[in-house]
Write a protein of this length. Structure first.
Length: 94
């Protein structure tokens, strides 16, 4: 079973991104913070700076990246677009 840590979008944010979607299949559900192996336990360092599990987090859109198959919105959490878990880019798959 796969597990991941994410910031879930509120319904208003989902609807907003739905309006901006270029493709018929819309996700706009979450920002992945970490997707560790089953043997790895949660680390607080995977959370945006200054937050705890369960906190509301401000997600700031920075720009879209679009290919012929997928549209993503690059986002910043606590001022950073970098995912602490692996150095990847924080984004929402639209």
């Amino acid at each position: 079973m796969n597990k991941y840590l994410a910031v879930l979008l509120d319904p208003e944010s989902h609807l907003y991104l739905r309006e901006l979607a270029l493709y018929p299949e819309v996700r706009a559900h979450h920002v992945t913070l970490a997707y560790p192996d089953e043997q790895v336990t949660f680390r607080e360092s995977w959370l945006p700076s200054g937050t705890a599990l369960g906190d509301e987090v401000m997600v700031e859109g920075r720009g879209f990246s679009i290919t012929e198959d997928v549209q993503v919105l690059v986002v910043a959490l606590a001022g950073s677009t970098t995912r602490p878990f692996d150095g990847g880019i924080l984004h929402i798959t639209v």
